[in-house]
Design a protein around this ligand. Structure first.
Ligand code: ADP
Ligand code: ZN
Ligand code: ZN
Length: 815
């Protein structure tokens, strides 16, 4: 009697493959276990068993598996069901979901590259013969493909050998070397507690009367303390005129204490924050959420910025895990995860597990296992969107913080899923509750509230009853006319910044463009330098004296004359964060201005470093792009300035107004948290614009109604679901023909709006031309059937020989 298993491969294949197993294997295997299987020519992959049966495949002869890799399932049956849903809804293959869900450490395949680890001692590690052979090969070759190890060991079952080598830290996967995540730590120094009081100072100085240098160090410390009123770094103290040796001897005498702070601990060191009580309003919201959960799977918590949503999450999670269930908190941004882990660990101790793509393989593998075992260490799970793929056993609560954030949608590669929407499906499968939190909910979620599908709880008071920031508009047209502008700063803006800084508060400035200016223009002939590989103008970077492409990284030295007419009259147009930073250096030369955008946060911990320094008050004015709008918590920001609101409003995107509203309210929300009311200045040419008015009046419902009306009129979500098909090819004509062919077939077979083929705003990237086709599926239409028809039509495109080479991607709910 033959036995078979269905195996999902980590590839973009339309369906699972059938493999043959023997009777013993059949008896042992369960869905959710991994098997090593051959596929294609001499390739080995880690596949996932999803079913067992006795029916041979009809179209091919089933190959034997190489071996079984797990003793028990690594993936739960619910996950398999959920991944199938994702594949079907987002029109990709289950293999793609599987590949993106599992940490690469679980997914060895013949193309995986392994390298040796430095400082590894083969003797101490007690390597077996097989392990040693691999180790030895890596001493002469810098890297090996897993497939090559097969020939080195002259046997097929090599994955266990490699897994053991990884566990022993003898080798690592290449991916791991490029990103190893470690929170940044800073060395600080402080006086031991018994010396903290002023009156002890003379006593202390007396004590040190024979140690002149140490005495000086202590005096420097007090001077710094008085001047800066913030934690003192070892570096600062040394700069003030002491040495690390002196600091060390003071530490030895138990006068000084050195301590390290990790980025995520800065705010939550010690136990002061561990216990807290909800405020009255928070408690009311908490109770309403629990009531709402009795009737609704999903509830929206609409709480203004700084209302203390996180505290409510903590209390809800506490109740959830007390019943023995796991709780999952999703955040839109990895940097926020690091910020919150400290806060959560202070409260829940080591019951908190974190998961995101910057963790290295070992850490991710470990978290996966802890979650799978529902171990004590994985009661509270915090992560970015990919944490949704963890093998949750018994979740009681899934919280999606900042649910409106577009980062929850994965754009590339497949699966192009929306973590919020996929979480709601998962919660339904697992009988868990979902809480969506936001100060500026997405139109979709709010519409689900008005239709009664979601529960709704509002929290309108900032914690500590601090008033929401006062929002003041500055009319740019008027300011330019009266010549009250210096660069891009109105006199009002400059004065407010100066006053805020004088009060010891910090300033955040928002400009949604990076670089010095988005383009340069020849004033004689109008020529604008373009990227030769992409259909965009090049951005000017003054500091580097370069023109750069934001799509492909192409760059050239800033030209001294026009490449077309040789005129030297070249001018830069528009402005980005770099320009603002430079203007600040002139306006406030003695202040420390810094910039946070994609260019300055690139390196490994760029983002964390800047947030750190800003929190530690080493930065006075922070200029940034929308990165600043993402739920960061700073305590000392007195003023938020938006330099130009208009470039957010005029984006070629049906969500532009919704996004502009969200972005402005969120950025504004960074002002005046803890104790004092903050201020927000918005510079704009359109002070009467509806969206600007809605922001200043905090009129979310007004914005919602107006935008919903537009969406209805122009057939956009939430009234229509969109499916975007993107086609790419280096050959312009072929692309044009193929896109038109596809469009015609779609319009013939689907009885719904099909738009295009359109040249997107950037219609060529890295020399590939791009066309898009948009399909709009009305709410009432049969979604599943329509997607199946689309899939069939795409298959038929692939069957046309001259169009086979087109690159086609499908994005469901693309915005
Ligand atoms: P939100 O996420 O709603 O913008 P947070 O949860 O970050 O707001 O809360 C804003 C600030 O108020 C934080 O610094 C937080 O620590 C503090 N806070 C909120 N609620 C409480 C509470 N009940 N007890 C102590 N501090 C609180
Ligand atoms: Zn010119
Ligand atoms: Zn380019």
């Amino acid at each position: 009697m033959p036995y078979f298993i269905e195996v999902v491969l980590p590839l973009s294949l339309p369906r699972p493959f059938t493999y043959a197993v023997n009777e013993a294997e059949y008896a042992f295997l369960q869905p959710g276990m991994r098997v090593a299987v051959p596929f294609g020519k001499n390739k080995l992959y880690t596949g996932l068993v999803i079913a067992l049966h006795e029916t041979p495949p009809q179209l091919y002869a089933a190959k034997d598996i190489h071996q079984i890799l797990d003793d028990e399932p690594l993936v739960t049956e619910t996950q398999i069901k959920h991944w199938n849903w994702i594949a079907e809804y987002y029109m990709c293959s289950v293999g793609e979901v599987y590949k993106s869900a599992l940490p690469t450490g679980f997914l060895l395949e013949s193309e995986t590259i392994i390298t040796s680890q430095k400082d590894f001692d083969p003797v101490a590690a007690n390597l077996t013969d097989d392990e040693y052979l691999v180790y030895e090969a890596l001493q002469t070759q810098s890297a090996l493909k897993v497939g090559e190890v097969v020939s080195i060991l002259n046997k097929k079952t090599i994955l266990p050998v490699l897994n053991r080598l990884i566990a022993k830290n003898a080798v690592s996967l290449q991916e791991e070397i490029s990103e190893k995540y470690k929170p940044k730590t800073i060395r600080y120094v402080r006086l031991q507690e018994e010396f903290l009081k002023e009156e002890q100072l003379s006593e202390l100085l007396q004590l040190l009367s024979n140690a002149k240098k140490q005495r000086e160090a202590v005096l420097h410390y007090f001077q710094l303390q008085a001047k800066e009123k913030k934690p003192i770094t070892v570096k600062k103290l040394i700069e003030a005129g002491t040495t690390s040796a002196v600091i060390k001897s003071l530490a030895d005498k138990n006068i000084f204490e050195e301590y390290l702070l990790e980025e995520d601990r800065v705010q939550f060191s010690g136990s002061a924050n561990a216990g807290f009580e909800l405020s009255e309003k928070q408690q009311e919201a908490f109770n309403s959420i629990k009531q709402s959960f009795e009737q609704h799977t999903v509830t929206l918590l609409h709480g203004i910025t700084s209302s203390g949503k996180t505290e409510i999450y903590i209390k809800l999670i506490e109740e959830c895990i007390a019943t023995g269930k796991q709780a999952l908190l999703l955040l839109p941004e990895i940097a926020l995860t690091t910020q919150l882990i400290g806060r959560f660990s202070a409260y829940f101790g080591n019951k908190v597990a974190a998961f995101h793509s910057k963790y290295n393989n070992n850490e991710r593998v470990e978290t996966w296992k802890q979650v799978l075992q529902a171990s004590d260490k994985a009661q509270v799970i915090i992560g970015a969107r990919s944490a949704l793929f963890l093998p949750l056993q018994n979740p009681g609560l899934i919280i999606i913080d900042e649910e409106h954030e577009q980062n929850y949608k994965q754009q590339d590669p497949a699966p192009r899923y929306h973590a919020r929407d996929a979480a709601i499906i998962l919660a339904a499968y697992m009988d868990a509750k979902v809480l969506l939190g936001s100060a500026t909910p997405s139109l979709e979620s709010y519409m689900n509230v008005t239709s009664g599908k979601y529960g709704y709880v509002e929290l309108k008071e900032r914690f500590g009853k601090v008033l929401p920031p006062e929002i003041v508009l500055v009319d740019l047209k008027d300011k330019y006319k009266r010549k009250q502008m210096t660069g891009h700063f109105s006199d009002t803006m400059t004065e407010e910044i100066a006053e805020t800084l004088a009060n010891g508060k910090q300033v955040i400035l928002f400009q949604n463009r990076r670089g010095f200016s988005p383009w340069v223009e020849c004033m004689t002939c109008g020529h604008v330098p373009q990227c030769p590989q992409c259909d965009v103008s090049l951005t000017y970077y003054k500091y580097k004296n370069q023109l750069r492409c934001h799509y492909c990284g192409y760059h050239i030295a800033n030209p001294t004359h026009c490449h077309k007419c040789h005129s030297t009259d070249i001018s830069s147009k528009g402005f980005g964060t770099e320009q603002i930073e430079q203007e600040l250096k002139v306006l406030f030369p003695e202040k420390n201005s810094w910039r946070m955008d994609q260019d300055t946060t690139r390196g490994k911990h760029g983002y964390e470093k800047i947030i750190d320094s800003f929190k530690n008050k080493e930065i006075d004015i922070l200029v940034g792009t929308q990165m600043l709008a993402k739920g960061l918590h700073f305590d000392n920001v007195g003023l938020v300035g938006i330099l130009n609101a208009d470039n957010m409003l005029y984006q070629p995107d049906f969500r532009a107004f919704e996004r502009a509203y969200q972005m402005m309210v969120q950025v504004a929300g960074r002002a005046g948290r803890r104790d004092e009311r903050g201020k927000v200045l918005i510079q704009t040419y359109n002070p009467l614009h509806n969206v600007i008015r809605q922001v200043t009046e905090a009129d979310y419902v007004g914005m919602f109604k107006e935008q919903l009306y537009e969406r209805h009129n122009f057939k956009y979500p939430p009234y229509f679901r969109m499916v975007r098909i993107t086609l790419k090819h280096k050959d312009y004509e072929k692309l044009k023909d193929g896109a038109l062919w596809l469009y015609n077939v779609l319009i013939q077979h689907l009885n719904i709006p099909v738009l295009g083929p359109e040249e997107p705003a950037v219609s060529r990237i890295r020399n590939e031309y791009i066309r898009t086709i948009m399909i709009k599926i009305p709410l009432g239409a049969a979604l599943g059937t329509t997607k199946k028809s689309i899939r069939r039509i795409l298959d038929s495109l692939d069957a046309v020989p001259q169009y086979r080479s087109l690159k086609v991607t499908v994005n469901v709910d693309p915005y």
